[in-house]
Design a protein around this ligand. Structure first.
Ligand SMILES: C[S@@+](CC[C@H](N)C(=O)[O-])C[C@H]1O[C@@H](n2cnc3c(N)ncnc32)[C@H](O)[C@@H]1O
Ligand SMILES: [Zn+2]
Length: 362
């Protein structure tokens, strides 16, 4: 084979449209396996692989054939056709024909998240993939190798039932089993840092704010730096942290659906800081951006836990409550535990902790 189809022309615009659509697909897409920031869309990977493995068609000499192939590339790049057996069969045949009836060898030396090798496998090629990054290699193993090696459903005996044999996917079973094992082990070790609420919810997140001292000498209040006060800003669920002043202290209430009513004049999108310019809610004075940055550099900033995000295992969505002294105590306990574990691991691996002066906060 001399010149390939892709060297003559390629439906860039149409395949780009299909590639862009893929961003919204979650179910069944390899992007849900593990994040990989450079992952190429499957649509363009499938289309370019195919177009690079079939011979060029001269649009002047064979306009109909050229148009049909071009249309096929566009159609085949669609997500809904990625498992279309007829199209896959056609593509595999075309590729095999162009390669003396053999499966071409495809090597991706920089496979990353594995889009190109996965699509080459789909096209029936003999695929080799590589990456320097061990995370990418693991993603590739889980995408390209394990499903074919261990993911074929097997007939298994259902012990103790009268059902006889059923089909089970051993890979799915193992992922479930070991996923639960990790969860249980984690629960045993750190579950105490996530105590249940009286209603059975558990904390799943904490809202913290960095703080700086107000620079007005007669004030000196701690300014919580918050770009905005929204906790949830969906069409059907609007919840925010409402700041108010008590003495020299900024305090919060949770307002919105199912909480206290949101005050009419409150604009949650207006926070206390924008582009490092901070406003003190106690005295109204402003800290300019240079001073804010200097306070951080000089170690004058701090942080405060403001709210706790909760989830109930049997309910949809999240709820919120203000952070308490008990939450802060648990946080301290968890931090100390982390220090101990870190120390043990450093010792085990013979590593030195990073000196504090090398850790910078931006
Ligand atoms: C742009 S990404 C590839 C994205 C990939 N096509 C995909 O769909 O996910 C480039 C990849 O090359 C890898 N890489 C960079 N230098 C390398 C080297 N010298 N040897 C092997 N892999 C390398 C990176 O780790 C990264 O995963
Ligand atoms: Zn102030």
């Amino acid at each position: 084979m001399d010149k390939r189809f892709i060297e003559e022309s390629f439906p860039v615009k149409e395949v780009s449209v299909e590639s862009a659509k893929e961003k919204n697909i979650r179910h069944g897409h390899i992007s849900t396996l593990h994040i990989w920031w450079a992952r190429r869309p499957l649509a363009s990977s499938r289309a370019t692989n195919y177009a690079a493995l079939i011979p060029a068609i001269d649009p002047e000499k064979e306009p109909d054939k050229w148009q049909t192939t071009r249309n096929f590339i566009i159609n085949f790049s669609k997500w809904e056709n990625s498992q279309n057996p007829t199209m896959i069969e056609i593509a595999r045949k075309d590729i095999s024909l162009a390669n003396n009836g053999n499966a071409p060898k495809v090597l991706d030396p920089f496979g990353g998240g594995g889009s190109i090798p996965l699509e080459a496998l789909r096209l029936g090629c003999e695929v080799y993939s590589n990456d320097l990054n061990p995370v990418a290699v693991l993603i590739q193993k889980c995408t390209l190798e394990y499903p074919q090696k261990y993911g074929r459903p097997k007939e298994v005996e259902e012990w103790g039932t009268l059902e006889g044999k059923t089909l089970k996917n051993p890979l799915l079973e193992d992922v479930k089993k070991w996923g639960n094992w990790v969860l249980e082990e984690a629960r045993k070790e750190i579950g105490k840092f996530y105590p249940k609420e009286p209603d059975g919810s558990i904390p799943v997140g904490y809202i913290w704010a960095r703080t700086i001292p107000c620079q007005n000498p007669s004030c000196g209040a701690e300014i919580p730096l918050m770009r905005q006060f929204w906790l949830a800003k969906k069409a059907n669920k609007k919840v925010a942290l409402y700041p108010y002043v008590e003495g020299k202290e900024v305090k919060f209430k949770i307002v919105g659906q199912a909480y206290e009513e949101m005050p009419a004049e409150f604009e949650p999108e207006k926070g206390t800081v924008a582009r490092a310019v901070a406003s003190c809610l106690v005295c109204g004075s402003v800290v300019d951006d240079k001073t804010t940055r200097k306070l951080f550099r000089d170690g004058k900033s701090s942080a405060a836990m403001i709210a706790v995000v909760l989830h109930h295992p049997n309910r949809q969505g999240k709820t919120y409550r203000l952070a308490t002294d008990e939450d802060n105590r648990i946080f301290e306990e968890a931090s100390q535990y982390l220090e101990i574990i870190r120390g043990e691991l450093f010792e085990k691996w013979g590593m030195e902790p990073v000196p504090d002066e090398l850790i910078t906060t931006v």
